[in-house]
Design a protein around this ligand. Structure first.
Ligand SMILES: C[S@@+](CC[C@H](N)C(=O)[O-])C[C@H]1O[C@@H](n2cnc3c(N)ncnc32)[C@H](O)[C@@H]1O
Length: 440
């Protein structure tokens, strides 16, 4: 494979390209990497850059300089897959590297353009770039480090470059799970032991331990990666095993009710149950793997309504009428108050739950978390309970007692009066939803 690198600073690459695996890959002619100095394409007395139109800050690389370099390299090595770098580009990740490897195999000539200053004239990108890649949401001074990152990532896929080709596919971000922890001699270091199982010589036990470790690390630290995948049934089971059990409770007691006689327009009270909430939140709970959904009301007549509904769906007539409905409704539990919910979960799991309150309004709380904070909550290694309110929301004295608060859901409008069953579905999906990109 030929790789042309267009840069303003070829010296930056010399050590990099002659060292270690990339150096050896070139010696063994597995790849030919040619550095092209963009300054060589400036006309005599012409600058390589010029000011941006419209009085903005910074200098822009001139289009004709970059064009001449591209034309020269394509004349020498054939039509290239041309890659530009920009913080605004598509993210360079392992999936992208794999895709690039497949494309580069077809094209045989890869051209990487490392820009500088404020970047290149936008028309060059429109005219020539087959792909524009970003190495992250931050701005560097130039495209040379992104270019080197791409070379390191891509060349690992080239047969013969890395000693053990299997290790490339087993490394992090190739499959659903990241890599397992590795150890070498000595067996004890700073009082820390290499786990006994991987010294046992029992290959099956080692493989199992590694798989469990990889799944646990991925769930706890890289859930956003895991949830992008189209998980196989086995991967799903393994990941789920390492997730803390989740529960939800819908508060009908200890909620705010409208009260025109009160100075702030509300008072703490009890709302009525609805069959919609019972059905819809139990179905969402089952979909997202919650263990139980508690309906919380101290009122006996309201409890009777819930029990009547539950009884129907748990009786043979209800089960045979719609077994999926029965399956979902069997997740529902009825409790008088939040303390009973906590006690029930503690009895079931042997640990008290971490409680996450939800609110449709901005309310003060010491620990407000976002929908990307699973690792913060899951590091406690305790069950997780989502608390949803009815009427005008959960009473402040209950929210204060919760460990965390998830802020209001919003779209692009000021309106956010979702039904609690819709809000619960959105919260579950944001927190526990998988297959969001279907990467295979
Ligand atoms: C100072 S940056 C230009 C940033 C540009 N004005 C912007 O805000 O999008 C100069 C060059 O560095 C490279 N670069 C900087 N940050 C990058 C990133 N995160 N990923 C890829 N390339 C980057 C690009 O080649 C870019 O044209």
């Amino acid at each position: 494979m030929n790789i042309s690198v267009l840069t303003l600073f070829p010296d930056l690459y010399r050590e990099f390209l002659s060292t270690s695996l990339i150096g050896r890959a070139q010696e063994r002619e597995l790849v030919k990497i040619e550095l092209t100095n963009l300054f060589n394409f400036c006309k005599p007395n012409q600058r390589i850059d010029s000011p941006t139109f419209g009085h903005g800050a910074g200098m822009i690389l001139r289009p004709e300089v970059v064009e001449s370099a591209i034309v020269q390299q394509e004349a020498a090595h054939g039509k290239a897959l041309k890659i530009f770098f920009s913080p605004q580009g598509d993210k360079l990740d392992q999936t992208m590297l794999k895709k690039l490897h497949a494309l580069a195999q077809e094209r045989k000539h890869l051209l990487l353009f490392a820009s500088r200053y404020e970047g290149v004239d936008a028309r060059v990108e429109a005219e020539y770039a087959d792909m524009v890649l970003s190495v992250g949401d931050f701005v560097l001074m130039g495209g040379d480090l992104p270019c080197m990152m791409l070379l390191e990532g891509l060349l690992r896929y080239l047969p013969g470059v890395v000693g053990n080709a299997d290790s490339v596919e087993a490394d992090s971000f190739s499959g659903a799970f990241v890599d397992y922890p590795e150890y070498t001699h000595p067996v004890e270091w700073h009082g820390r032991q290499v786990p006994e199982v991987i010294r046992s010589g029992n290959h099956q036990a080692i493989a199992n331990w590694r798989q469990e470790q990889a799944a646990e690390t991925t769930v706890k630290k890289h859930f956003s990666w895991l949830r992008q995948h189209h998980l196989t049934a086995d991967e799903k089971t393994l990941a789920y095993k390492h997730m803390p059990p989740h529960y939800a409770a819908l508060m009908h007691g200890d909620v705010l009710l409208k009260d025109f006689n009160s100075p702030n327009g509300t008072r703490v009270g009890t709302s009525s149950v609805t069959s919609f909430d019972l059905h819809d939140i139990s179905r969402s709970s089952l979909t997202y793997g919650l263990k139980n959904y508690f309906i919380v009301t101290p009122l006996k007549d309201q409890q009777q309504i819930v029990n009547t509904l539950l009884d129907f769906w748990n009786m043979p007539v209800g089960i045979s009428y719609n077994k999926h409905r029965h399956q979902a409704v069997s997740k529902v539990r009825l409790q008088n108050n939040i303390d009973e919910v906590i006690a029930a979960i503690t009895a079931q799991e042997g640990k008290a739950p971490i409680i996450i309150a939800t609110s449709a309004r901005q309310v003060p709380h010491i620990k407000t978390i976002t929908y990307y904070d699973q690792s913060i909550v899951w590091q406690h290694d305790r069950p997780v309970l989502f608390l949803f309110g009815t009427a005008k929301g959960i009473a402040p004295h209950i929210i204060e007692k919760c460990d965390y608060l998830l802020g209001p859901l919003y779209g692009f409008t000021d309106f956010n009066h979702l039904s609690v069953r819709s809000a619960a579905a959105v919260v579950f999906d944001r927190w526990l939803g998988i297959n969001i990109k279907n990467i295979v």
